[in-house]
Design a protein around this ligand. Structure first.
Ligand code: PXG
Length: 289
């Protein structure tokens, strides 16, 4: 396997970075997770745009242009003969001193890793996911804005630990006001009649690219989509709940906090959206060859 590091493709064994990199020392950096479907990189431009926006929000200048970075991603996929899988695009603050000051770091480090993707077990897409709400609240937007896809995932990791200790694979995080924010690594939607609702980003959600695609495709299927504040009451009384994300795609939730959601099976709206998303994922890619 070849990894892109410091402008070169190197063997996985040689892909090492300094212990003084602030990505390691402080979680100071940004990243993207991108899918490859049938040799096409799914919505690469949107992911690259979000990466640059995250970098700008933390005052970090990625040391290459949009188009050079896009080419580097394609080149890395090509070198690994990527057909279906996952790209992890990481930009760390780079090598600095033992001290927070990011302006003492020499140059951000761009890393591109391609790998197989870890999905939820196939049967869960048929049976639906059981989840819980957790006590670890989502970062306040004025602490770390959840729109920044940063390397600092301790908030989400702590929530994931609570989920696992609670005997489930995923959880819902609430924001400091008690409103629904998102899952530890996915966005959340509810279905109520013909209406599909997801929390606005100010409630503590990442502006997920899968979320964005669902919001674009759902009206074509006759559903009215809106962003609105959600409480746990809205989750418990929804007709359907589903999660969206690069790794998970679209997955139905059938149980929250040991309460059955809807009919206790992934609903018809969730299924229609998952099918439409699956068709779209085959249409909207950048070819590697
Ligand atoms: N919220 C959070 C906190 C995320 O980390 C999403 C929502 C969904 O966003 P996208 O743009 O993917 O629709 C994410 C994305 C992994 C992994 O390895 C996690 C994500 C993406 C890819 C892989 O766990 N999180």
């Amino acid at each position: 396997m070849k990894v892109y590091l410091s402008g070169k493709l190197v063997d996985k064994k040689e892909a090492k970075i300094s212990v003084f990199d602030h990505g390691l020392l402080y979680g100071d950096g940004v990243f993207e997770g991108i899918r490859v479907y049938d040799g096409n990189i799914f919505l690469l431009e949107r992911h690259v745009d979000r990466l640059y926006a995250s970098a700008q929000a933390i005052c970090m200048k990625i040391p290459m242009s949009h188009s050079a970075l896009t080419k580097a991603v394609v080149k890395t996929c090509k070198a690994n003969r990527m057909k279906n899988g996952y790209i992890r695009l990481v930009v760390t603050r780079g090598v600095g001193t033992l001290g927070l000051n990011p302006y003492l770091c020499k140059k951000p480090e761009v890393i591109i890793i391609v790998s197989a993707i870890q999905l939820y077990p196939e049967e869960l897409y048929k049976k639906g996911l059981s989840i819980i709400t957790v006590g670890t609240m989502r970062n306040h937007p004025e602490a770390i804005n959840p729109r920044i896809k940063s390397l600092n995932y301790l908030n989400n990791v702590m929530a994931k630990i609570e989920a696992i200790h609670g005997g489930v694979l995923e959880c819902i995080m609430l924001n400091p006001l008690g409103y629904v924010a998102e899952a530890s690594g996915d966005n959340v939607f509810i279905v109520k009649g013909k209406r599909i609702i997801t929390p606005p980003t100010w409630c503590g959600a990442l502006e997920g690219i899968t979320r964005e695609v669902v919001m674009e495709l759902a009206p074509e299927l006759g559903y009215d989509v809106k962003e609105d504040v959600l409480t746990r009451y809205d989750l418990y009384t929804a007709d359907e709940v589903f999660l969206t994300g690069t790794a998970a795609e679209i997955i139905g939730v059938v149980n929250i906090d040991r309460r059955m959601i809807g009919k206790g099976k992934p609903g018809t709206v969730t299924q229609k959206i998952a099918d439409r998303f699956s068709a779209f994922s085959k249409e909207a890619g950048t070819p590697i060859m």
